[in-house]
Design a protein around this ligand. Structure first.
Ligand code: LLP
Length: 463
């Protein structure tokens, strides 16, 4: 929820701190299509269904907390990105947002490529049948073993992140008698308008090689000299959860300027540029994300314009959306355990998960919305904070939310738009068991990542 004018609207069951909150939504039972996946509906009996499955039944069958992934929504977003960029560009889904074998199969079927950034992600991708040439391997400190595996698997590209890595990858490729396709990740010096922890193109951080001081041009010079490498392009990722295209514009311009410099110095026109991921999604009704079609059009225009100015052939563009594909496709279902009104402040509603299944609120001050989904309610809006069950006061799932004032133990709450960076950043804090991911589609539900058990925890504890 964003902070703006004090609401003039209906009276609340709780007292609102002056000037901090927007008005509660006109209808607490409505599901905002911006933050929910496309098959979500509230039935006439008040129960919400997703993928044709009632949340009450899902909770009974799979327990709570649990993540439910709307397969049709996920596939539709893959197609929207692929269609928007067309056959002369490549869309790499960023697996760090959420990766499982089922997701890899859906991506493969929908014609997307995959960005992985660890041995574990690479193993999952290969195991589930993603063709190696459609995989990009990332990371600022890939291990020797990871590079060896990526090269021997035949990944389509390795994104080089340091001078040491240029030499390492070239050496490993030569040892294997190969020429590895690579890109060089550069930092373009853009201050992305997002949380500091997820901005990645300003100079004072660990990723990439700086453009500004000529380091990136030097990296290109070295990579071009090494027999083990086929340098196919330049990569730039400016950060995450970004709505403003201005950062991408500056980034594209600077990357194209580097291509022109490479052409002038080496007589080589690098054929590709990757502009990374980072496109924002709606976590609350106040967010206004762009459609893939508009993003593709804007990026294409920027690159074409800059190339024309530099008299370069337009390179093949690739992008790496993670959140924008999987984020809105899933929601987390929780059951309310306790409700604690703090007069004059707000009501704390405790659910059966928390910072172990969604660390984003604690880590980035992220905002989410929440709905009562097991029934409709006509009760007045109540200023609430949805909190988890961890031993930590920062264990907040949704910081500011309006829930119906009659919310009670046993009710089911859903937090939409949790498909990205929730299960993938989940932890076992307090020995919590990481929740399952259940795919829902056409009235059927199937576990794609099972719930952890106490046996799983104890198996690792070999002392
Ligand atoms: N490409 C590269 C090189 C990246 O580092 C990332 C994200 C992506 C693509 C995908 O970005 P997306 O489209 O999903 O925003 N854990 C944070 C986000 C960190 C993202 C790290 N890299 C979060 O929960 O917001």
């Amino acid at each position: 929820m964003s902070r703006s004018a004090h609401p003039a609207g209906p009276r609340h069951a709780d007292v609102l701190p002056e000037g901090h909150y927007t008005a509660p939504p006109a209808d607490l039972n409505a599901l905002d299509a911006k933050v929910w996946s496309r098959t979500a509906r509230r039935g006439e009996d008040g129960v919400v269904t997703v993928g044709g499955m009632e949340v009450t039944r899902l909770a009974e069958e799979f327990g709570t907390p649990a993540y439910f992934l709307d397969e049709a929504d996920f596939r539709a977003r893959c197609r929207a990105w692929a269609d928007a960029f067309g056959p002369d560009a490549d869309v790499f889904y960023a697996g760090k947002a959420f990766l499982s074998r089922a997701v890899v199969r859906w991506l493969t079927e929908e014609g997307l490529n995959l960005d992985v950034c660890s041995g574990g992600e690479l193993a999952t991708a290969l195991d589930a049948g993603m063709p190696a040439e459609r995989i990009a391997f990332h990371g600022n400190n890939k291990s020797q073993e990871e590079i060896e595996r990526a090269v021997s698997a035949g990944v389509g590209r390795i994104v080089l992140d340091s001078f040491q890595e240029i030499v390492r990858v070239a050496h490993i490729a030569q040892e294997q008698g190969k020429r590895q396709r690579v890109q060089i990740r550069v930092t373009v010096g853009v201050e992305a308008h997002t949380h500091e922890f997820i901005a990645t193109a300003h100079e004072d951080q660990k990723f990439g090689i700086a453009l500004a001081d000529g380091q990136a041009a030097e990296a290109v010079r070295r990579a071009l000299k090494l027999d083990g490498l086929e340098l196919i392009g330049i990569h730039s990722h400016i950060g995450s959860q970004i709505f403003d295209m201005a950062g991408f514009e500056v980034s594209a311009r600077r990357v194209v300027q580097l291509l022109a410099r490479v052409r002038d110095e080496h007589g080589v026109e690098l054929p590709e540029i990757d502009l990374g991921g980072g496109l924002g999604i709606a976590y609350t009704s106040d967010d206004d994300p762009k459609e893939p079609h508009d993003i593709a059009k804007a990026l294409r225009e920027i690159v074409a314009r800059e190339c024309e100015a530099a008299k370069l052939r337009t390179p093949r563009i690739s992008v790496e959306p993670g959140r924008a594909i999987v984020g809105p496709s899933a929601f987390t279902l929780y059951r309310v355990g306790t409700v604690k009104p703090l007069p004059g402040l707000r009501t704390y509603v405790s659910v059966d998960g928390g910072m172990s299944d969604n660390i984003r609120t604690a880590l980035y001050d992220a905002e989410y919305s929440v709905s009562l989904v097991s029934r409709a309610s006509d009760a007045a809006p109540m200023l609430s904070r949805v909190v988890g069950k961890h031993c930590e006061s920062g264990d907040i799932v949704v910081k500011d939310a309006f829930l119906p004032a009659d919310v009670a133990p046993g009710d089911l709450l859903a937090v939409p738009a949790t498909g990205a960076y929730c299960r993938s950043m989940a932890s076992n804090y307090n020995h919590a068991l990481r929740p399952p991911v259940v795919a829902v589609k056409d009235g059927r539900a199937r576990v794609i990542v099972r719930r952890e058990t106490e046996d799983d925890l104890l198996r690792l504890d070999v002392g």
